[in-house]
Ligand binder design. Structure first.
Ligand code: SF4
Length: 413
């Protein structure tokens, strides 16, 4: 069994925990951002509606900036203000509203989970972090804790990227912050720290601190409401002077939470020595040939052909221009030929590579894929009959394209 963590990585003094809670909550009351989901969580009297409002915000905020989410959130809540309304929506409508927000499976799972609450749980949201995680698809430990604490006042902590950064700095945790030893320790720590009477506000305050003050690159330590509890800050201020006892005490090589001995404190980095992460795997490079097929529509305006992606995998169920993933080792001059063959099989009529006009390349970074779209265009004089056994497809005007469930990558194309 792992040895218990050395004291410097804990909050073991009840008086310090009390003081930290008080300072953090007072700062939050003064400085918190006005966000639509906060207003709903504070004013919605119906518990199920409140839980739903927080849930939607938490799913949208995963991997996505607050500023981007606000508009999507407002439109979503206007269109589907309740679980029941969302349960009745089609996946196409969900994808259309989600278009541009990224990580598309989130919207789909949210809707599946809403259907489950309505059909299997009589429309009643589970009230605890444990039940939320157990019963709702797409709800993990963080989201369950956030919904239960913010909507239902359960005294349970949460750990997200912002919380990881703040706590690793507060307690000089320099081991790989994605390692199970560190993550487990941080969950234990937030469950000690969380304020028993205002758990939802406490959790939001800790995340807000990470998002606005204890930011990754240039934290505003001078303005930080918890700086007197922060070991990284003290260490930056006092360096190795004896005025700071024990700050390096457990750096003897076997502490699972200290920085590795091979990467000691770098004084040029100050508090941003923490947190640390093992180097990420570089994204996989992919090339995809894509063809913007254009025809003159019945009202004279140009129309473009879009096809629907399969219902699982990357960008599931979204629409795109006809596309073909290319083999890694394919020579660039062969790319147009491959695409022409693909289009030909699909349209049931000859397509010559020389008719495809190469427009250029578009690069789009997905979380784990560095995707290059090689973009061609092809103008059609007559109509084409697409094989109905293949993916669903339709012709759209530019305006209809923008309103369809298409990814940001396709909008760039
Ligand atoms: Fe973060 Fe600086 Fe505050 Fe410490 S003092 S918690 S490093 S902002």
């Amino acid at each position: 069994a792992a040895a218990p963590p050395p004291g410097r990585h804990l909050f073991s003094e009840p008086a310090e925990v009390e003081a930290l809670r008080g300072n953090l909550l007072a700062w939050y009351d003064r400085c918190k951002r006005d966000l639509p989901w906060r207003a709903l969580a504070a004013t919605e009297p119906d518990a199920d509606r409140r839980g739903y409002a927080v849930w939607v915000s938490e799913i949208m905020l995963q991997q996505t900036q607050v500023a981007t989410v606000i508009d999507y959130y407002n439109r979503w809540m206007q269109k589907w203000p309740t679980l029941q309304a969302l349960a009745q929506a089609s996946l196409e409508e969900v994808n259309e509203l989600w278009a541009g927000l990224g990580y598309y499976s989130r919207g789909k799972r949210l809707q599946e989970a809403a259907r489950k609450v309505v059909s299997e749980l009589a429309g009643r949201m589970p009230r605890t972090a444990e039940d939320l995680q157990k019963l709702l698809p797409g709800v993990g430990r963080y989201t369950g804790g956030a919904i239960a604490s913010i909507s239902y006042g359960q005294a349970t902590g949460v750990v997200d990227g912002n919380v990881i950064r703040v706590l690793c700095r507060l307690r000089c945790i320099g081991a790989d912050s994605s390692s199970p030893a560190v993550i487990d320790h941080l969950w234990d720590m937030v469950n000690v720290l969380v304020d028993r009477s205002r758990p939802g506000d406490f959790n939001q305050a800790l995340m807000e601190l990470g998002a606005t003050v204890c930011v990754p690159k240039a934290p505003l330590c001078g303005e930080c409401p918890v700086k007197q509890h922060c070991q990284a800050w003290r260490r930056q201020l006092f360096g190795k002077r004896p005025a700071v006892p024990d700050v390096e005490d457990c750096g003897v090589g076997d502490c699972p939470l200290c920085p590795p001995a091979t990467e000691p404190w770098d004084s040029s980095l100050g508090v941003t020595n923490f947190p640390r992460r093992a180097a990420k795997k570089p994204p996989r490079a992919m090339r995809t040939a894509t063809c913007v097929l254009e025809r003159r529509g019945c009202r004279g305006a140009p129309e473009y052909l879009i096809v629907q992606r399969p219902s699982s995998g990357l960008l599931a169920g979204l629409w795109e221009f006809p596309s073909l993933p290319l083999a890694q080792d394919l020579q660039e001059e062969k790319e147009g030929e491959e695409l022409a063959d693909h289009l030909q099989a699909w349209m049931g009529q000859p397509v010559a590579a020389k008719d495809l006009q190469l427009i250029g390349e578009v690069i789009h970074i997905f979380s784990h894929i560095h995707q290059t779209y090689v973009v061609y265009s092809l103008h059609l004089d007559g109509d084409v009959t697409l094989d109905p056994a293949l993916s669903p497809s339709r012709w759209v005007t530019e305006e209809e394209f923008s309103a369809s469930a298409v990814s940001t990558a396709m909008k760039k194309v």
